[in-house]
Design a protein around this ligand. Structure first.
Ligand code: OAD
Length: 242
């Protein structure tokens, strides 16, 4: 399943960076965005994950986020998330860059996490930017900050920039990584999709783990087809036993 070259590169590696997408949480029961069962087959991102949509109809957007939060509250990290925690412990310089907002990497125990698209369990005021953790409210009384501003989920919406510091750190990590993993992402949403490309350009051994081939499969050094919840624990064992 894994090439000897990958194991050799990992054994020698000082710096490992991992990019994850919705696929790593699929085995926990969190729906992905694309594909037949994906969220974007049933819902329109421009109506829900969009600032103008929020200002026009905050209730609808909050309903959508409350629906996803409720779903996420009921799920747990899976063996793929836990294997990444163990893999983090094996390297002096490791970072986990995620496009997921579902908080599952944190729940699993990963420590150095760069959340490119925010975190659905955090919220912030659209006016003064004050941050709020869990907030409870009913559909009729939308949450508001002390300053009067509407409170929104602290996630990145279409057309918005990614948090500057997180993006800078993520590209720096890709740049200096000896081995870079792209796991459970369709690798089509920018700028995250440029990270494996940047890593390879800078000399990393780039590995993709995905249920099916993606747009970067022919570009990476090694493509491992299968479920991350099965492959990552096996990879961890192989690194330890070799
Ligand atoms: P996608 O839904 O685009 O892709 C999920 C990927 O996971 C697909 O390539 C699947 O083949 C793969 N996959 C599914 N189950 C898997 C499993 N068990 N093991 C391994 N791979 C599996 O999700 P993302 O690439 O994360 O952005 O989407 C990127 C961004 O698009 C999201 O962060 C979100 C969305 O619009 C924002 O909300 C800003």
């Amino acid at each position: 399943m894994f090439s000897d070259l990958l194991i050799k590169r990992l054994k020698k590696a000082k710096t490992v960076a991992v990019l994850t997408g919705a696929g790593i949480s699929a085995e926990s029961g969190v729906p992905t965005f694309r594909g037949e069962q994906g969220l974007w087959k049933k819902f329109r991102p421009e109506q829900l994950a969009n600032f103008n949509a929020f200002i026009e109809n905050p209730k609808l957007v909050w309903e959508w986020y409350n629906f996803r939060k409720n779903l996420i509250r009921q799920v747990k990290p899976n063996p793929g998330h836990y294997a990444l925690v163990k893999i983090e412990n094996l390297f002096t310089d490791f970072c986990l860059i995620t496009q997921n907002v579902d908080n599952l990497h944190r729940l699993a125990g990963s420590r150095r996490i760069y959340e490119l698209h925010g975190n659905i369990m955090r919220n912030r005021c659209v006016d003064c930017n004050k941050q709020f953790d869990e907030i409870l409210f009913d559909d009729e009384n939308l949450p508001r900050c002390d300053c009067g501003g509407l409170i929104r989920p602290d996630v990145v919406w279409y057309g918005e920039s990614l948090p500057d510091d997180v993006l800078t750190k993520s590209f720096a990590a890709a740049d200096k990584s000896d081995v870079f993993f792209s796991i459970g992402t369709s690798a089509v949403v920018q700028p995250a999709a440029s990270l494996p490309v940047e890593a390879k350009r800078a000399g990393a051994y780039v590995v993709e783990i995905n249920f099916e081939p993606t747009v970067i499969t022919n570009y990476v050094d090694e493509s491992i087809i299968g479920k991350s919840g099965k492959i990552l624990p096996e990879l961890m064992k192989r690194i330890l036993n070799d």
